[in-house]
Ligand binder design. Structure first.
Ligand code: AR6
Length: 202
């Protein structure tokens, strides 16, 4: 369903694709792991992941963008669910967006790295992937959880995000596509550098 036209593990496409968006892809087991620069609310994957807060109250950043794009049905479900602990995930409709579902997860607020931040960030990714698997979803888009208002150092956030997804995709063959949709150049570059280090290409 998501063909990749290369044999080596990382394809470094031209710096700018025809649409002007940067892109990088790797095959992990049965799945494709892709990095693009863009706005996650426009994604056509089965679900997109929201970097929410424990009260599921909405906010700024990607959370604000998702509620604006998806409309009030998402907040109505969030209110019924009531909340989500840090490192866990819940699922709602995608409302008016192309993605059918939003998986809301809560990353840690970064303090100094000694308050379990790394494990909580990994858990946010893992629980989102488990939620997608439980619903038999085939494709999922992530933003850079905790890397905005929550202040997680970008390089470390990228490494943990990618390592957690790679580990999951190696063990679970059900999800065919995981796409990181990175909003700005510096976030894209951090993820692209981290992926290059985790999966050295030919
Ligand atoms: N598409 C993709 N990524 C985006 C978009 C978008 N439309 N908009 C922003 N980003 P943040 P956090 C990127 O702050 O750090 C909210 O108020 C952004 O550039 O959205 O986990 C919640 O309610 C950054 O790289 O999430 C919580 O209270 C990344 O998304 C709190 O912020 C995450 O930044 C969560 O903070």
């Amino acid at each position: 369903r998501y063909p990749v036209n290369f044999d080596n593990r990382i394809s470094r496409l031209p710096a700018e694709t025809p649409t002007g968006r940067k892109k990088m892809e790797a095959r992990i087991g049965n799945s494709v792991l892709a990095l693009i620069q863009g706005d996650i609310t426009q994604e056509d994957t089965d679900a997109i992941v929201n970097a929410a807060n424990t009260g599921l109250r909405g906010g700024g950043g990607v959370d604000g963008a998702i509620h604006r794009a998806g409309g009030p049905s998402i907040m109505a479900e969030c209110r019924r669910i009531g909340g989500c602990p840090t490192g866990q995930a819940v699922i709602t409709t995608g409302g008016k967006m192309k993605a059918r579902y939003v998986i809301h997860t809560v990353g840690p607020v970064y303090r100094d790295g000694s308050h379990g931040e790394a494990e909580l960030l990994a858990s946010a990714y893992r629980e989102s992937l488990k939620m997608a698997s439980a619903r038999h979803l085939k494709s999922l888009s992530f933003p850079a959880i905790s890397a905005g208002v929550y202040g997680y150092p970008l390089e470390e956030a990228a490494r943990i995000a990618l390592q957690t997804v790679i580990d999951y995709l190696k063990k679970n063959r059900d999800i065919e596509l995981v796409r990181f949709v990175l909003f700005n150049q510096s976030t894209y570059d951090a993820f692209s550098n981290a992926l290059g280090k985790l999966l050295p290409g030919e």
